[in-house]
Design a protein around this ligand. Structure first.
Ligand code: 5AD
Ligand code: FES
Length: 357
């Protein structure tokens, strides 16, 4: 057996590779090694999650952002972005539509928008929680203080998504202005875990300046953090950002990283992301076949969808929530998987027998 397949075996049995081993494996991947990886990834995916695919309804409630990340279409310096905020009633309406469609997780995602004060956020969270006690509330609203995260958790938020973007210091600085730091990003993630959130992190694949060594650092950081979810998708250039002319990430490398994550941490919740579906019409299906087990369709009102444009050509901006649900359900069926109505908690919270490796 070749040495790279042996590295995949080592990853499977020990959940650990050295930085050098990660780099070797990533740099030397080919079709045969990828297939070997994906078979193992699907084996673990089925062991813990069967052929079930969990959904999260994404509510993009504000595209105002005080940050200026070089890759992001809603960065504050993008003067051509048409800014919007949903009010509480509009957000409740998204939840109502989503609940009827079978969503049991609502993800409230937005830019870092100071208009939504701690008090306003806590009120929105507790109102949703009261009306839908059987649903999980996920927040994706960026870097905040421990105290703020704690308050939001106590108001009823269950989960939090905050991608670390890259775990390599120098690379982090190439993607962000000086006022943002990897150190604070990591602090936020450890705070979230400590408070008790089911925590999701993640990174872009193929962002400008990324090397196999950066990806190795990402994998090592993820094994230290032990998140419940990891969202990864290709970097896709946005025409109104400093990275407009940069090349995007590939489907091929994104799938390989999804496979590695599934084999390293078999119980992970791994979304097949919208960015992956944007650069390949069958991207999400391929993501599932590489080991992913979550999809996150949009529940935002169609009137604002085009405005939450993190990258160019984002899919599903014209479709109603119901259309996306039906479409995804059919797409999953086509490849032998089933979209389920379930909160889709991390596997450790489920009955024991299913989780014994
Ligand atoms: N391409 C791909 N993903 C992007 N994100 C932001 N901008 C882009 C882009 N141009 C991702 C970031 C962020 C998530 C909400 O969207 O990883 O954490
Ligand atoms: Fe939105 Fe297919 S998922 S139309």
């Amino acid at each position: 057996m070749n040495q790279f397949k042996r590295l995949i075996d080592k990853l499977e049995t020990t959940s650990y590779l050295t930085k050098e081993e990660w780099v070797m494996l990533i740099e030397n991947r080919n079709v045969e090694i990828s297939e070997y990886l994906f078979e193992k990834a699907r084996k673990w995916q089925h062991k813990y999650y069967d052929n079930k695919i969990y959904t999260r309804g994404l509510i993009e409630f504000s595209n105002y952002c005080k940050n200026d990340c070089y890759y992001c279409g809603i960065r504050r310096s993008n003067r051509s972005a048409e800014r919007y905020r949903l009010n509480k009633e509009q957000m409740m309406e998204c939840c109502e539509i989503g609940y009827k469609l079978g969503f049991r997780t609502f993800v409230l995602q937005g830019g870092e928008d100071g208009w939504f004060s701690q008090e306003i956020l806590e009120d929105i969270i507790s109102t949703i929680k009261k009306k839908y006690p059987d649903c999980a509330i996920t927040l994706s609203i960026g870097e905040r203080s421990y105290k703020s995260y704690l308050g939001l958790f106590q108001a009823g938020a269950d989960r939090y998504l905050l991608r670390h973007e890259t775990a390599e210091e120098a690379h982090y600085q190439k993607l962000h202005p000086a006022e943002l730091s990897l150190e604070n990003r990591k602090r936020c993630l450890f705070d979230l875990k400590k408070i008790g959130y089911q925590t999701g992190t993640g990174f872009m694949v193929g962002s400008p300046g990324q090397t196999a060594a950066s990806l190795a650092e990402d994998m090592i950081f993820i094994s230290e953090l032990e998140p419940h979810m990891v969202g990864i998708g290709p970097f896709v250039p946005h025409h109104e950002t400093p990275f407009a002319k940069k090349v995007g990430g590939t489907v091929e490398l994104t799938l390989f990283m999804i496979g590695l994550l599934r084999v390293m941490m078999p119980k992970l919740l791994l979304p097949a992301t919208t960015a992956l579906g944007t650069i390949d019409p069958l991207g999400r299906e391929k993501g599932i076949q590489a080991g992913a087990n979550v999809v996150m369709p949009n529940l935002s009102p169609t009137s604002v969808r085009k405005k939450y444009e993190l990258y160019d050509n984002k899919i599903c901006t014209g479709e109603e929530s119901a259309e996306c649900r039906t479409c995804l359900s059919q797409r999953m069926k086509n490849i032998g998987y089933e979209l389920v109505t379930d909160r889709g908690d991390y596997c450790e919270f489920k009955e024991e027998k299913k989780c014994i490796r």
